[in-house]
Design a protein around this ligand. Sequence first.
Ligand code: GNR
Ligand code: NI
Length: 166
Amino acid sequence: MAILQILQYPDPRLRNVAVAVGTVTDDVRRLVDDLLETMYDAPGIGLAATQVNVHKRIIVADVSDARDAPLCLINPTIVQAIGSEQMEEGCLSVPGVYENVERAQAITVRGLNRNGDPVELELEDLLGVCVQHEIDHLDGKLFVDYLSHLKRTRIRKKLGKAQKQL
Ligand code: GNR
Ligand code: NI
């Protein structure tokens, strides 16, 4: 297992659209394990492969307090979305920024588990929001895209400068 480096906004590679996984091979499972290890280490409640510069449709999440309930979804798609709620979001690729975003309150998501079996899950509240946030990453979208142009420009300037100093 390995802890992978997380890309930071405004890195253009965060805008790549990830490609569907054909078969869930051992290589895919190794990547899932690395994503989980990277997420727990960060620490975060979710991570998309896009964030570690792997442009495949794979996400992981764990919103449990004990950090003992890992979820992995390969080729996730939202087949139903109900209601809306505002939640304060953050992102490991946009460090130090926390802003309210409106998302569906409950979703039904389909995908493959780490064995390659099809699964359908009904998720709500924090886990539902997290999975919506992660699927956005696979489509090259970030939560700051939902903010005003002014706020996004300020964040881009702040983080762009911080990255140049590294
Ligand atoms: O750790 C994370 N916390 C979080 C809080 C509210 C809504 C979404 C998230 S996901 C984020 C980790 C991350 O950047 N995943 O892509
Ligand atoms: Ni994120």
